[in-house]
Design a binder for this molecule. Structure first.
Ligand code: SF4
Ligand code: SF4
Length: 325
Protein backbone atom coordinates (compact mmCIF):
# COMPACT_ATOMS: atom_id res chain seq x y z
CA UNK A 1 0.00 0.00 0.00
CA UNK A 2 1.43 3.39 -0.91
CA UNK A 3 2.50 5.92 1.73
CA UNK A 4 -0.35 8.38 1.06
CA UNK A 5 -2.98 5.70 1.59
CA UNK A 6 -1.12 4.51 4.67
CA UNK A 7 -1.26 8.07 6.09
CA UNK A 8 -5.04 8.03 5.59
CA UNK A 9 -5.39 5.22 8.08
CA UNK A 10 -2.82 5.91 10.79
CA UNK A 11 -1.40 8.91 12.60
CA UNK A 12 1.35 7.53 14.85
CA UNK A 13 4.71 8.69 13.56
CA UNK A 14 3.49 9.59 10.11
CA UNK A 15 3.84 12.98 8.51
CA UNK A 16 0.68 14.88 9.46
CA UNK A 17 -0.40 15.31 5.85
CA UNK A 18 -4.09 15.50 6.74
CA UNK A 19 -3.53 18.78 8.59
CA UNK A 20 -2.47 20.42 5.33
CA UNK A 21 -5.87 19.53 3.88
CA UNK A 22 -7.92 20.61 6.86
CA UNK A 23 -9.15 24.14 6.21
CA UNK A 24 -10.64 24.57 9.70
CA UNK A 25 -7.37 23.56 11.33
CA UNK A 26 -5.35 25.90 9.07
CA UNK A 27 -7.76 28.78 9.54
CA UNK A 28 -7.69 28.51 13.35
CA UNK A 29 -3.95 28.07 13.70
CA UNK A 30 -2.91 30.67 11.12
CA UNK A 31 -5.45 33.38 11.93
CA UNK A 32 -6.01 32.84 15.67
CA UNK A 33 -2.89 30.92 16.67
CA UNK A 34 -5.15 28.25 18.11
CA UNK A 35 -4.95 24.49 17.66
CA UNK A 36 -8.47 23.07 17.53
CA UNK A 37 -9.11 19.52 18.82
CA UNK A 38 -10.05 18.37 15.34
CA UNK A 39 -10.72 14.86 16.58
CA UNK A 40 -11.47 13.54 20.05
CA UNK A 41 -10.83 10.03 21.27
CA UNK A 42 -13.67 8.95 23.53
CA UNK A 43 -13.44 5.84 25.74
CA UNK A 44 -17.15 5.56 26.60
CA UNK A 45 -16.87 2.50 28.84
CA UNK A 46 -14.25 0.39 30.57
CA UNK A 47 -16.41 -2.72 30.30
CA UNK A 48 -15.24 -5.42 27.90
CA UNK A 49 -16.37 -8.87 26.83
CA UNK A 50 -12.78 -10.12 26.29
CA UNK A 51 -9.63 -10.44 28.34
CA UNK A 52 -6.82 -10.19 25.77
CA UNK A 53 -3.29 -11.10 26.85
CA UNK A 54 -1.93 -7.94 25.22
CA UNK A 55 -4.50 -5.54 26.68
CA UNK A 56 -2.57 -2.40 27.66
CA UNK A 57 -5.18 -1.24 30.17
CA UNK A 58 -5.70 -4.32 32.32
CA UNK A 59 -5.60 -2.33 35.57
CA UNK A 60 -8.58 -0.12 34.71
CA UNK A 61 -11.79 -0.08 36.78
CA UNK A 62 -13.73 -2.46 34.53
CA UNK A 63 -17.15 -1.17 35.62
CA UNK A 64 -16.59 2.51 34.88
CA UNK A 65 -18.88 3.97 32.21
CA UNK A 66 -19.51 7.56 31.11
CA UNK A 67 -23.07 8.77 31.54
CA UNK A 68 -24.97 9.68 28.40
CA UNK A 69 -25.52 13.21 29.78
CA UNK A 70 -21.75 13.72 30.02
CA UNK A 71 -21.30 12.34 26.50
CA UNK A 72 -23.98 14.71 25.14
CA UNK A 73 -22.24 17.64 26.85
CA UNK A 74 -18.86 16.59 25.48
CA UNK A 75 -20.16 16.33 21.91
CA UNK A 76 -21.98 19.65 22.15
CA UNK A 77 -19.02 21.52 23.63
CA UNK A 78 -16.43 19.98 21.33
CA UNK A 79 -18.49 20.60 18.18
CA UNK A 80 -19.06 24.21 19.28
CA UNK A 81 -15.29 24.89 19.26
CA UNK A 82 -14.59 23.18 15.94
CA UNK A 83 -14.17 19.44 16.61
CA UNK A 84 -15.00 17.51 13.45
CA UNK A 85 -14.87 13.88 14.51
CA UNK A 86 -14.91 11.43 17.39
CA UNK A 87 -13.20 8.07 17.62
CA UNK A 88 -14.88 5.60 19.98
CA UNK A 89 -12.35 3.20 21.43
CA UNK A 90 -10.98 2.06 24.78
CA UNK A 91 -10.14 1.40 27.45
CA UNK A 92 -12.97 -1.07 27.22
CA UNK A 93 -15.15 -2.17 24.32
CA UNK A 94 -17.28 0.77 23.02
CA UNK A 95 -20.13 -1.45 21.81
CA UNK A 96 -20.63 -2.57 25.44
CA UNK A 97 -21.83 0.90 26.49
CA UNK A 98 -25.45 0.69 27.70
CA UNK A 99 -26.46 3.59 25.44
CA UNK A 100 -24.37 2.72 22.40
CA UNK A 101 -27.04 3.74 19.86
CA UNK A 102 -27.62 7.05 21.60
CA UNK A 103 -23.87 7.82 21.52
CA UNK A 104 -23.74 7.47 17.74
CA UNK A 105 -26.94 9.45 17.21
CA UNK A 106 -25.76 12.20 19.54
CA UNK A 107 -22.44 12.49 17.69
CA UNK A 108 -24.30 12.78 14.39
CA UNK A 109 -26.70 15.40 15.79
CA UNK A 110 -23.61 17.44 16.61
CA UNK A 111 -22.29 16.92 13.07
CA UNK A 112 -19.34 14.85 14.20
CA UNK A 113 -17.99 12.13 11.92
CA UNK A 114 -17.54 8.87 13.81
CA UNK A 115 -14.79 6.26 13.77
CA UNK A 116 -14.69 3.23 16.02
CA UNK A 117 -12.18 0.65 17.21
CA UNK A 118 -13.89 -2.54 18.39
CA UNK A 119 -13.26 -6.21 18.97
CA UNK A 120 -16.27 -6.72 16.69
CA UNK A 121 -18.05 -9.43 18.67
CA UNK A 122 -21.22 -7.46 19.32
CA UNK A 123 -21.56 -5.82 15.91
CA UNK A 124 -24.04 -8.46 14.76
CA UNK A 125 -26.41 -7.43 17.56
CA UNK A 126 -26.43 -3.79 16.46
CA UNK A 127 -28.96 -2.10 14.21
CA UNK A 128 -27.47 -1.73 10.71
CA UNK A 129 -28.87 1.82 10.46
CA UNK A 130 -26.92 2.71 13.59
CA UNK A 131 -23.73 1.11 12.25
CA UNK A 132 -24.20 3.07 9.06
CA UNK A 133 -23.63 6.25 11.08
CA UNK A 134 -19.95 5.26 11.28
CA UNK A 135 -17.50 6.66 8.76
CA UNK A 136 -14.98 3.92 9.54
CA UNK A 137 -14.62 1.00 11.89
CA UNK A 138 -11.48 -0.95 12.72
CA UNK A 139 -11.99 -4.45 14.08
CA UNK A 140 -9.25 -5.91 16.22
CA UNK A 141 -8.00 -9.44 15.62
CA UNK A 142 -5.09 -11.44 16.96
CA UNK A 143 -3.43 -14.84 17.09
CA UNK A 144 -5.15 -15.34 20.44
CA UNK A 145 -8.55 -15.36 18.74
CA UNK A 146 -9.22 -17.73 15.87
CA UNK A 147 -11.66 -16.56 13.24
CA UNK A 148 -14.62 -18.86 13.92
CA UNK A 149 -17.14 -19.68 11.17
CA UNK A 150 -19.87 -17.87 13.11
CA UNK A 151 -17.85 -14.69 13.61
CA UNK A 152 -16.79 -14.78 9.97
CA UNK A 153 -20.33 -15.11 8.65
CA UNK A 154 -21.58 -12.41 11.07
CA UNK A 155 -18.91 -10.05 9.80
CA UNK A 156 -19.58 -10.92 6.15
CA UNK A 157 -23.24 -10.09 6.69
CA UNK A 158 -22.38 -6.72 8.26
CA UNK A 159 -19.76 -5.81 5.64
CA UNK A 160 -22.20 -6.54 2.82
CA UNK A 161 -25.13 -4.67 4.33
CA UNK A 162 -23.52 -1.43 5.46
CA UNK A 163 -21.76 1.46 3.86
CA UNK A 164 -18.83 1.88 6.25
CA UNK A 165 -15.07 1.87 5.68
CA UNK A 166 -14.25 -1.41 7.51
CA UNK A 167 -10.77 -2.66 8.35
CA UNK A 168 -8.88 -5.08 10.59
CA UNK A 169 -6.01 -4.50 12.98
CA UNK A 170 -4.26 -7.79 13.60
CA UNK A 171 -1.99 -7.97 16.67
CA UNK A 172 0.80 -10.51 16.24
CA UNK A 173 1.37 -12.32 19.52
CA UNK A 174 2.38 -15.79 18.43
CA UNK A 175 1.80 -15.74 14.65
CA UNK A 176 -0.76 -18.28 13.50
CA UNK A 177 -0.43 -18.88 9.76
CA UNK A 178 -3.89 -20.29 9.19
CA UNK A 179 -5.66 -17.55 11.09
CA UNK A 180 -3.67 -14.81 9.34
CA UNK A 181 -4.39 -16.23 5.90
CA UNK A 182 -8.11 -16.48 6.75
CA UNK A 183 -8.25 -12.84 7.83
CA UNK A 184 -6.49 -11.57 4.70
CA UNK A 185 -8.80 -13.66 2.51
CA UNK A 186 -11.78 -12.18 4.34
CA UNK A 187 -10.39 -8.67 3.84
CA UNK A 188 -9.88 -9.37 0.13
CA UNK A 189 -13.38 -10.75 -0.29
CA UNK A 190 -15.30 -7.51 0.23
CA UNK A 191 -14.82 -4.04 -1.25
CA UNK A 192 -16.11 -2.41 1.94
CA UNK A 193 -12.97 -3.62 3.75
CA UNK A 194 -10.22 -1.18 2.85
CA UNK A 195 -7.22 -2.60 4.69
CA UNK A 196 -5.76 -4.98 7.23
CA UNK A 197 -2.89 -3.75 9.33
CA UNK A 198 -0.47 -6.15 11.04
CA UNK A 199 1.23 -4.89 14.19
CA UNK A 200 3.60 -6.70 16.54
CA UNK A 201 2.30 -7.08 20.08
CA UNK A 202 3.53 -4.15 22.18
CA UNK A 203 4.87 -6.52 24.85
CA UNK A 204 7.01 -8.56 22.47
CA UNK A 205 7.61 -5.82 19.87
CA UNK A 206 8.99 -8.47 17.53
CA UNK A 207 9.34 -7.05 14.01
CA UNK A 208 10.48 -10.49 12.75
CA UNK A 209 6.85 -11.54 13.03
CA UNK A 210 6.01 -9.11 10.22
CA UNK A 211 8.55 -10.74 7.88
CA UNK A 212 7.09 -14.12 8.70
CA UNK A 213 3.57 -12.95 7.81
CA UNK A 214 4.78 -11.49 4.50
CA UNK A 215 6.50 -14.80 3.68
CA UNK A 216 3.40 -16.86 4.46
CA UNK A 217 1.12 -14.68 2.38
CA UNK A 218 3.56 -14.77 -0.52
CA UNK A 219 3.88 -18.57 -0.28
CA UNK A 220 0.10 -18.91 -0.39
CA UNK A 221 -0.27 -16.56 -3.36
CA UNK A 222 -2.49 -14.22 -1.34
CA UNK A 223 -3.08 -10.73 -2.68
CA UNK A 224 -1.44 -8.33 -0.17
CA UNK A 225 -2.58 -5.06 -1.72
CA UNK A 226 -4.82 -4.35 1.28
CA UNK A 227 -2.12 -5.25 3.82
CA UNK A 228 -0.18 -2.73 5.87
CA UNK A 229 2.81 -4.15 7.74
CA UNK A 230 3.32 -1.71 10.53
CA UNK A 231 6.50 -2.05 12.54
CA UNK A 232 6.30 -0.52 15.99
CA UNK A 233 6.83 3.18 15.52
CA UNK A 234 9.90 5.07 16.62
CA UNK A 235 9.62 6.51 20.12
CA UNK A 236 11.19 9.82 21.11
CA UNK A 237 11.32 11.90 24.23
CA UNK A 238 8.22 14.09 24.66
CA UNK A 239 8.21 17.86 24.11
CA UNK A 240 7.62 20.30 26.97
CA UNK A 241 5.01 21.99 24.80
CA UNK A 242 3.00 19.02 23.65
CA UNK A 243 0.86 20.72 21.00
CA UNK A 244 -0.58 17.35 20.04
CA UNK A 245 -2.56 17.52 23.31
CA UNK A 246 -4.60 20.32 21.71
CA UNK A 247 -5.29 18.32 18.54
CA UNK A 248 -6.50 14.87 19.55
CA UNK A 249 -7.18 14.47 23.29
CA UNK A 250 -8.50 11.34 24.98
CA UNK A 251 -11.56 11.42 27.21
CA UNK A 252 -11.81 8.54 29.72
CA UNK A 253 -15.07 7.07 31.08
CA UNK A 254 -14.62 8.97 34.37
CA UNK A 255 -14.70 12.26 32.43
CA UNK A 256 -10.98 13.04 32.69
CA UNK A 257 -9.22 14.46 29.65
CA UNK A 258 -5.74 13.18 28.75
CA UNK A 259 -3.27 14.53 26.18
CA UNK A 260 -3.01 11.53 23.85
CA UNK A 261 -3.84 7.85 23.48
CA UNK A 262 -0.19 6.90 24.07
CA UNK A 263 0.19 8.56 27.46
CA UNK A 264 0.14 5.37 29.59
CA UNK A 265 2.86 3.80 27.43
CA UNK A 266 4.83 7.08 27.33
CA UNK A 267 5.19 7.18 31.11
CA UNK A 268 5.10 3.42 31.80
CA UNK A 269 1.73 3.27 33.57
CA UNK A 270 -0.97 0.63 33.27
CA UNK A 271 -4.00 2.87 33.67
CA UNK A 272 -5.07 6.36 32.67
CA UNK A 273 -5.92 7.09 36.31
CA UNK A 274 -2.17 7.04 37.05
CA UNK A 275 -1.55 9.77 34.45
CA UNK A 276 -1.90 13.53 34.80
CA UNK A 277 -5.33 14.69 33.68
CA UNK A 278 -5.74 17.99 31.81
CA UNK A 279 -9.16 18.51 33.39
CA UNK A 280 -12.70 17.16 33.22
CA UNK A 281 -15.33 17.20 30.46
CA UNK A 282 -16.87 20.27 32.13
CA UNK A 283 -13.52 22.07 31.55
CA UNK A 284 -13.29 21.06 27.87
CA UNK A 285 -14.07 24.45 26.34
CA UNK A 286 -11.80 26.35 28.72
CA UNK A 287 -8.82 24.00 28.19
CA UNK A 288 -8.88 24.51 24.44
CA UNK A 289 -9.95 28.17 24.41
CA UNK A 290 -7.03 29.01 26.70
CA UNK A 291 -4.75 26.49 24.94
CA UNK A 292 -3.68 24.85 28.20
CA UNK A 293 -0.95 22.81 26.58
CA UNK A 294 0.18 19.60 28.29
CA UNK A 295 3.74 19.43 29.55
CA UNK A 296 5.09 16.41 27.67
CA UNK A 297 8.60 16.59 29.16
CA UNK A 298 7.59 13.69 31.46
CA UNK A 299 7.03 11.43 28.43
CA UNK A 300 9.84 8.99 27.73
CA UNK A 301 8.23 7.33 24.71
CA UNK A 302 6.35 9.72 22.43
CA UNK A 303 5.05 8.39 19.11
CA UNK A 304 3.67 11.74 17.94
CA UNK A 305 6.88 13.73 17.58
CA UNK A 306 6.25 14.26 13.85
CA UNK A 307 2.98 15.96 14.76
CA UNK A 308 4.57 18.00 17.53
CA UNK A 309 7.35 19.18 15.18
CA UNK A 310 4.84 20.41 12.60
CA UNK A 311 2.45 21.92 15.16
CA UNK A 312 5.37 23.76 16.76
CA UNK A 313 6.12 25.51 13.46
CA UNK A 314 2.49 26.62 13.19
CA UNK A 315 2.25 27.76 16.82
CA UNK A 316 5.66 29.34 17.32
CA UNK A 317 5.96 30.60 13.74
CA UNK A 318 9.72 30.14 13.89
CA UNK A 319 10.34 28.96 10.34
CA UNK A 320 12.64 31.28 8.38
CA UNK A 321 12.61 31.87 4.61
CA UNK A 322 9.31 30.11 3.96
CA UNK A 323 9.32 31.64 0.46
CA UNK A 324 12.13 29.26 -0.50
CA UNK A 325 10.86 25.73 -0.98
S1 SF4 B 1 -10.85 -6.12 23.47
FE1 SF4 B 1 -9.54 -4.35 23.86
S2 SF4 B 1 -10.17 -3.57 25.87
FE2 SF4 B 1 -11.01 -5.65 25.67
S3 SF4 B 1 -9.47 -6.94 26.67
FE3 SF4 B 1 -9.01 -6.92 24.47
S4 SF4 B 1 -7.49 -5.25 24.21
FE4 SF4 B 1 -8.47 -4.99 26.24
S1 SF4 C 1 4.57 14.31 24.45
FE1 SF4 C 1 3.54 12.77 25.72
S2 SF4 C 1 1.43 13.49 25.84
FE2 SF4 C 1 2.36 14.54 24.13
S3 SF4 C 1 1.88 13.31 22.31
FE3 SF4 C 1 3.88 12.65 23.10
S4 SF4 C 1 3.44 10.94 24.45
FE4 SF4 C 1 1.52 12.04 24.14
Amino acid sequence: MDQTKHSSYTSANTLPLKLLYNEKFLDAVLKRNRIVPISINLFPTNRCNLNCSFCICKDRDKQEEMSIETIDLLFYDSASIGTQSVVLSGGGEPTMHTDFDHILMSAKENLLSIGMVTNGLLLIKKDLNILNLLTWCRISASDDRLLSDTHKSDLEYIFSNTNVDWSFRYILTNPNKENIVEYVKLANSNDNITHIVFVPDMNSNNNNHLSLVKEWLFENNIDTSKCIFSSRVEENKGEKNCYFSMLKPVIAPDGNIYPCCNITNAIDKRDLKDCISMGKVEDFKRIFAKQEIFDGSICKKCIYSNYNNVLKVFKEKNLEHSEFV
